[in-house]
Design a protein around this ligand. Structure first.
Ligand SMILES: NC(=O)c1ccc[n+]([C@@H]2O[C@H](COP(=O)([O-])OP(=O)(O)OC[C@H]3O[C@@H](n4cnc5c(N)ncnc54)[C@H](OP(=O)(O)O)[C@@H]3O)[C@@H](O)[C@H]2O)c1
Length: 284
């Protein structure tokens, strides 16, 4: 099996690919798409084939998918990019990658998405059959473009084995995300919650979604214990500002996901059920 992975130089991809390569069955191959050749070298050293190019270049997509059996599309533009770029990468390029996969005869396509696609909370954990309800809290070009990509891929002729992985707020293994979140957290309400997943569990979930025979459609990946804004301050060893207690949480169920489906169908069990267990284990 030859698996093509995009977004490998990002926080999720750079931790997922070594696990994918190390855990791959004998004879399986991995090909990565990178924008900068030099950044492909660590993956080449692990035994991956490297294709250099931008996801928005359709010629590159043909090269990347040629002869492949599976695609895992991790690439996304959402960290401080203009809305047009988010749409171009997260929606348009993901759709073109789906088309390229079909044209190349790729059987399986794993689209990495986000729990933000659900939009407004429903007062309970979100399940994969819930649609998208665009909401004010954290809604914008990023979740919208990811949802539109999902929709387009779901309706794409020839893309018969589509699997979608919806990720939570990902942290761990030195990812600066957990500290970076503190640039926003002071504006949130004390009781607002954030659903998280450690990189080791995101990689576990993605591998299960990729490999499990018969897996189909969307799967939420997350841990068992969303944390509050207050806990984010505690995790970062910071004093909790008194004023955050004066704010009402706009949506305490925002992006809080049920993991029942991936547990029951794919055997997923988080190694770190909460960020606190990861902290205890020295895995932040
Ligand atoms: N991290 C989270 O908390 C989180 C939460 C929910 C969902 N997700 C999803 O998980 C995936 C990975 O997130 P991440 O945190 O790893 O993001 P990231 O650190 O920002 O990495 C993004 C990756 O996409 C690549 N990329 C962006 N634009 C590209 C383009 N035009 N052509 C080719 N590659 C391009 C980047 O390449 P360069 O290095 O060349 O820029 C990088 O490898 C995304 O699909 C995201 O939606 C992440």
């Amino acid at each position: 099996m030859l698996t093509v992975v995009t977004g490998v130089t990002g926080q999720v991809g750079k931790r997922f690919v070594p696990r994918l390569i190390q855990g791959a069955p004998q004879g399986d191959r991995v090909r990565v798409l990178v924008r900068d050749e030099a950044r492909g070298e660590p993956f080449a050293a692990l035994g991956a084939e490297v294709v250099v190019g931008d996801l928005r270049d359709t010629e590159v997509l043909g090269k990347a998918t040629a002869g492949a059996d599976a695609v895992v599309n991790i690439a996304a533009a959402f960290r401080g990019v203009p809305d047009e770029e988010a749409v171009a990468v997260n929606r348009d390029a993901a759709i073109e990658l789906g088309r390229a996969a079909v044209a190349s005869g790729v059987r399986r396509f794993v689209q990495v998405s986000t729990g933000l696609v659900y939009g407004k909370g429903r007062g309970r954990a979100l399940v994969e059959t819930d649609g998208s309800v665009p909401g004010e809290h954290m809604w914008g070009a990023y979740p919208e473009s990811k949802w539109q990509a999902e929709e387009a891929l779901r309706g794409m002729d020839g893309l018969t084995d589509l699997r979608i992985a919806r990720l939570p707020f990902v942290y761990g293994e030195g990812d600066p995300h957990l500290t970076a979140v503190m640039q926003w957290a002071p504006r949130w309400a004390a009781m607002q919650r954030l659903h998280m997943g450690h990189h080791v569990d995101v990689a576990q979930g993605l591998r299960r979604v990729l490999y499990t025979p018969g897996a189909s459609g969307a799967y939420n990946i997350a841990d068992d214990a969303p944390v509050t804004t207050v806990e984010l301050f505690q995790l970062n060893g910071m004093e909790v500002p008194a004023e955050i207690y004066d704010r009402e949480a706009p949506d305490p169920w925002h992006a809080v996901m049920s993991t029942a489906r991936i547990r029951h169908e794919l055997g997923y069990r988080p190694m770190y059920p909460s960020v606190w267990t990861a902290q205890d284990a020295g895995a932040l």
